[in-house]
Design a protein around this ligand. Structure first.
Ligand code: ADP
Length: 468
């Protein structure tokens, strides 16, 4: 679009297009029908001239007495005779019966027609001189025993035919623009009616702001493209509403998570400052403050990790060998398990390569392993496994711990969701571990899920890297 020139609306462009096309079609039809009519009219004229000339030739009219000849002609030609002219000429082109009324004297005999008549050929020609009536003339030689004995000339005014054609042409000149004009008007009205729902949707969509995402565009109820457009817009608005609500909740939750350790910090410091204390007392307060500060740092780091892993596209796409990655995590898990009195084992491990960021993937699996150890009472078991199925690598972390209620299977992957708050707080969980794992896995084109039963089994599915 060139700057400065406002774009035409679809409505106007549609109307202009079909008006233009209609105009072309009507002009083509008009021109064709006009030339067809013209040909037909001329053909009819020629056919009737030929019929008259042949009738005169075959009747032997020229040899009959004058009165009889006149009667015969009236019979032959009918009332249209008044429009026609005829003449009998001798083979040299001289009027044959000088005694007869000079009927048809107006008919000229062109040199070409005379030459052709001498050869026994008939001629059809249109003659029009300045001021003279335009005529269609047939010159037909009568041949007997191989000799031209007489020439019959029949003419007919083409004025009526021409005026009929003129009238038809004028009708076309008036009717075509009128028809196109009316069609353009009707088309503009139809286009306007068809686009009204779009205008309404645009108006509604304009009124919807980030603060008011509960609004929906009105569905026209027509079941057509407009209805689908409205549904699509409403679907998008619903998703936006959910996303905005999630962002708000996340901000509120994050603020809440920050406030708790900060309030504990402040409380401890205030109490310590209220009176002079023994050095051990200060040391105790400082130690517990340090704990809270460490908690805050962990939370900040987790939040940073979550926002980074949600950013998806920044992820590197290098091949990641999952087998050594899992064996490495197993080492960490074994140490964690030992501390918690949980036995950690490794199940099947298949060679598998995914694409992505090894550090991020390690973080995701480690979060599952840390949870498994954390939520399994001492004496329990944690098992790691890596298999492949249908072009995906499946990393499984199962435990014999407290398990996840079926109703919470989806919810636990949301940020700040902790099912067992007291215990999670105890163990320093921020409620972000699973959210981070999920966003990393999703950024890698995979999926994460939990199955519940005796304990829980978390599985991460990642698309396998295509073989190099
Ligand atoms: P947290 O920091 O609290 O561990 P997560 O996002 O890692 O946060 O986990 C969210 C919640 O999911 C936990 O608070 C816990 O209730 C539940 N959960 C996670 N893993 C397990 C598991 N292996 N067994 C039982 N519950 C689990």
């Amino acid at each position: 679009m060139s700057p400065g020139r406002p774009a035409l609306s679809i409505r106007t462009r549609l109307t202009l297009w079909y008006t233009g096309i209609l105009l072309v079609i009507l002009v083509a039809i008009g021109a064709l029908s006009y030339s067809w009519l013209r040909r037909t009219v001329h053909q009819d004229l020629d056919a009737s001239l030929l019929a008259v000339a042949r009738a005169i030739r075959d009747s032997g009219a020229a040899e009959r007495p004058e009165s009889e000849f006149e009667l015969l002609l009236r019979d032959l030609l009918g009332p249209e005779m008044y429009d026609k002219f005829f003449r009998l000429l001798d083979p040299e082109g001289r009027p044959r019966a000088p005694g007869r009324p000079p009927r048809g004297n107006a008919l000229p005999l062109s040199a070409g027609a005379r030459a052709r008549a001498a050869r026994g050929e008939s001629t059809l020609e249109t003659l029009s001189g300045p001021g003279a009536e335009p005529l269609r003339v047939l010159t037909l030689p009568i041949v007997r025993t191989g000799r031209v004995v007489e020439i019959v000339q029949v003419g007919m005014s083409i004025r009526r035919a021409e005026s009929l054609l003129d009238r038809y042409r004028h009708t076309l000149i008036v009717m075509i623009p009128l028809g196109v004009g009316l069609a353009a008007l009707g088309g503009a009205l139809i286009a306007r009616a068809a686009f009204r729902p779009v205008d309404e949707m645009t108006r509604t969509a304009r009124r919807i702001s980030a603060e008011d995402l509960s609004r929906r565009v009105e569905r026209p109820g027509t079941g057509d493209e407009m209805e689908r457009l409205a549904e699509t817009l409403n679907g998008m608005l619903a998703r936006l509403e959910v996303a905005f609500a999630q962002t708000r909740r996340f901000a509120a939750d994050a603020a809440h998570e920050l406030r708790t350790p900060l309030a504990a910090l402040r409380g401890g410091i205030e109490v310590a400052l209220r009176a002079a204390r023994a050095p051990e007392e200060y040391r105790r307060v400082l130690a517990s403050s340090l704990e809270e500060v460490e908690r805050l740092i962990r939370l900040a780091e987790d939040l940073l990790l979550l926002s980074r892993s949600s950013a998806g596209p920044e992820i590197t796409r290098a091949p990641v060998d999952l087998e050594p990655l899992l064996l490495d995590i197993f080492d960490t898990a074994a140490r964690l398990g030992q501390a918690a009195g949980v036995s950690v084992r490794i199940d099947t491990v298949t060679a598998a390569t995914a694409r992505g960021d090894a550090t991020a993937l390690r973080r995701a699996v480690l979060n599952l392993v840390e949870n498994a150890v954390k939520y399994t009472p001492s004496g329990g078991k944690v098992e790691l496994g890596l298999t492949t199925a249908d072009g995906t690598a499946v990393i499984a972390v199962s435990d014999t711990g407290i398990g996840v209620p079926r109703a919470d299977a989806e919810r636990i992957f949301e940020a700040f969701v902790r099912l067992d708050t007291a215990r999670a707080r105890d163990t320093g969980g921020s409620g972000l571990g699973l959210a981070i794992a999920r966003s990393i896995v999703i950024a890698h084109g995979g999926s994460i899920a939990v199955e519940t039963g005796a304990g829980s089994r978390f599985t991460i599915r990642l698309p396998l890297a295509p073989p190099a």
